[in-house]
Design a protein. Structure first.
Length: 256
């Protein structure tokens, strides 16, 4: 079992008292599964989410996380990195085989390796403990505002850049005819770039397009996702075909 996080897990002066149920509740904003082996911490996180109008479920081990995600089909999962049974990385990997629920990974270490691993197995975002409950709520709301499917009444055009083909409606990517398996966030970044192949995007512009305008945190999370995207596309950052670095700006499409 993972050693408990002994520091204060939240920042600021927000109260952690349980939230009383209101007599009349608005329609739930979405279903969130909170997974942490520190039961008091998980309950406090749940209380904040509940107060904001989310339906919240709890799990405390890696196997429980996978089972609950499969049974309850949450819209978003708050998943601690260190869990008994198996860790959050393995839980995330298994969850990604049957659901595209948004996943925010929690880690007690501000370690670049942890962040890279979390995103590489399919997490959409990460938060380092200690964190503000307001930050978690803001990121949760922003992530759930991201459309799961295209909302245009007409089919979105297939995007082609050289040997790269991106189909926004089918959410498929091929390179020289071979299918490429991307996470939702990687796909959304690529589709944003491919839709405007002559444009350069800042990290903030990509975040607003992919994560939503209300997202806040470390903008360099974009760099990590782009790194994984390039690896899956077999794209050389020094001589890119598909995703090029625009010095002093951010990223754009390569020549294909």
């Amino acid at each position: 079992m993972a050693a408990p996080y002994t520091g204060q897990w939240w920042m600021g002066t927000e109260s952690a008292r349980p939230v009383e149920q209101e007599e009349q509740r608005m329609e739930p904003l979405g279903r969130v599964l909170v997974v942490d082996d520190e039961v008091p911490l998980a309950k406090v996180v749940a209380s904040y989410l509940d107060r904001e109008g989310f339906t919240v479920d709890l799990a405390h081990t890696g196997p429980e996380a996978v089972d609950q995600a499969r049974a309850l089909r949450p819209d978003l999962i708050v998943l601690d990195l260190m869990l008994p049974g198996f860790d959050g990385v393995e839980a995330c990997r298994q969850i990604r085989t049957f659901t595209d629920a948004y996943i925010i990974m929690l880690t007690a270490r501000d370690d670049e390796t942890d962040k890279v691993i979390a995103l590489s197995v399919g997490a959409d975002d990460y938060i380092v403990k200690p964190f503000s409950p307001r930050e978690l709520i803001a990121r949760t709301k922003a992530m759930l505002r991201r459309p799961r499917t295209p909302t245009e009444p007409e089919p979105a055009p297939v995007l082609t850049v050289g040997g790269l083909v991106v189909d926004p409606d089918a959410r498929t990517v091929t390179v020289d005819g071979d299918a490429v398996d991307l996470t939702r966030t990687e796909f959304d970044i690529l589709a944003t770039l491919a839709a405007r192949p002559r444009s350069a995007f800042t990290r903030r512009q990509l975040i607003e397009s992919v994560w939503g305008g209300e997202w806040y945190g470390d903008e360099h999370v974009v760099d990590v996702h782009v790194g994984h995207l390039r690896r899956k596309l077999n794209d050389d950052a020094n001589d890119p075909r598909y995703v090029r670095t625009v010095r002093g700006v951010g990223y754009g499409m390569g020549p294909g």
